[in-house]
Design a protein around this ligand. Structure first.
Ligand code: KG4
Ligand code: ZN
Length: 353
């Protein structure tokens, strides 16, 4: 018999709930974006986000159950994002999930948001081949990782400063494109030219990234050129970001020769990135996994998928109920240069920090 869990995600400015089966299929996935509430501030205001989650979490959970045609009594578990994210925002989802799980007598599963993004490609792929490479590009993160087996992640590189999404959003603000900047820059870039020669930071250095110098180069250009062609700035900036990401991804494909590569996170909604990644994977003879556009940006279905994978690895054990939100929760990275590879760093059923 198919089992289903309810997943809740409130780590930033989306209130989301989903019902996901143990076959990793989303029976529903409801996402209420607060973009309009934050747009006039040019970024997410944590207090406003928390208050909106308080208002929205109940109705969004009800909607997710209704759309899935599943009653609360038919659920097998409740999953929730524990971090990384805005503490006040996370707390709302965690409290709602605990109340539901306790009231219904169900196990609760605390999920790492990053692991959710990485799991987003498993939706219609329950039996995936390993090892895999993964590029996680979102508003808060830019990580190149390698996964030798399910739930185990080895970090190859990460950003030293801004994430790609952050750089997109900051450049979007500089160009007066509103928040979030990513989709708008992508759209404009399609009709502009990569003619401004912006730098490609750390292009040839290892697997780490840096985007703040690029962002400053764009800011300097914008200040010095009041009559700029906004499409060309967008195209030049997007091309610089793309070149750096693709150089690292293709080097990793060449070095590790892994059969599967995925590109996940909000920025993976970008059509240009999706098609460049497809070319790179094809050249390397690797299979490319991409989340659908809806699963790329923040949602609860990916949290539900990651939760089933966790439950599977732990023989169905949930977490203790005494966990709180984590502003920062790096995946338990192994060290590429000789360290041990680890899964997520807690024991099932053990007290959590
Ligand atoms: O994964 P996500 O929804 O939230 C975080 O976990 O941070 O990622 C949001 C980021 C934002 O920075 C947004 O500008 C970017 O994803 N984004 C895009 C596109 N859609 C969203 N960036 C480039 N092209 C897009 N089409
Ligand atoms: Zn995210």
């Amino acid at each position: 018999m198919t089992r289903a869990l309810l997943a809740i995600e409130t780590s930033c400015d989306e209130t989301a709930a989903a019902v996901v089966t143990d076959r990793l299929q989303a029976l529903s996935s409801v996402v209420s974006s607060q973009v309009e509430l934050h747009a006039r501030f040019g970024g997410v205001v944590p207090e406003i986000a928390s208050r909106a989650h308080v208002r929205l979490v109940g109705p969004i959970v009800s909607q997710a159950l209704d759309e899935a045609r599943v009653t609360a009594g038919e659920l097998s578990a409740v999953a929730v994002t524990r971090g990384p994210g805005l503490v006040g925002a996370l707390l709302v989802g965690i409290s709602a999930a605990k109340a539901l799980a306790m009231g219904l007598g169900l196990p609760i599963v605390a999920v790492n948001h990053l692991e959710g993004h990485l799991a987003s490609v498993a939706m219609d792929e329950p039996d995936m081949a390993f090892p895999q490479l993964a590029l996680l590009v979102s508003g808060g993160h830019c990580i190149l990782a390698r996964s030798p087996s399910p739930g185990v992640y080895e970090r190859l590189g990460q950003t030293k400063d801004d994430s790609v999404g952050e750089a997109y959003d900051k450049v979007g603000r500089l160009l007066g494109l509103g928040y979030p900047g990513g989709p708008a820059i992508d759209r404009l870039a399609a009709s502009g030219e990569d003619s401004l020669g912006f730098p490609r930071p750390m292009l040839r250095e290892g697997y780490d990234f840096s985007f703040s110098g690029l962002k400053t180069a764009v800011a300097n250009y914008v200040r010095a050129n009041p009559t700029l062609v906004v499409e060309d700035v967008a195209a030049s900036f997007a091309a610089a970001c793309m070149d750096v990401r693709c150089a690292k991804l293709s080097r990793a494909l060449e070095e590790f020769k892994d059969p599967v590569v995925s590109v996940v996170g909000g920025v993976a909604a970008s059509p240009i990135l999706r098609s460049r990644a497809a070319e790179l994977a094809k050249d390397a003879g690797a299979r490319l996994l991409l989340p659908s556009q809806r699963l790329a940006t923040d949602n609860a279905a990916m949290i539900g998928i990651a939760a089933w994978q966790l439950l599977d690895r732990r023989g169905g054990l949930g977490d203790r109920f005494d966990f709180g939100p984590l502003a920062s929760w790096p995946l338990s990275w192994g060290d590429r240069d000789g360290g041990t590879l680890g899964g997520v760093s807690w024991d099932a059923g053990a007290p959590t920090p």
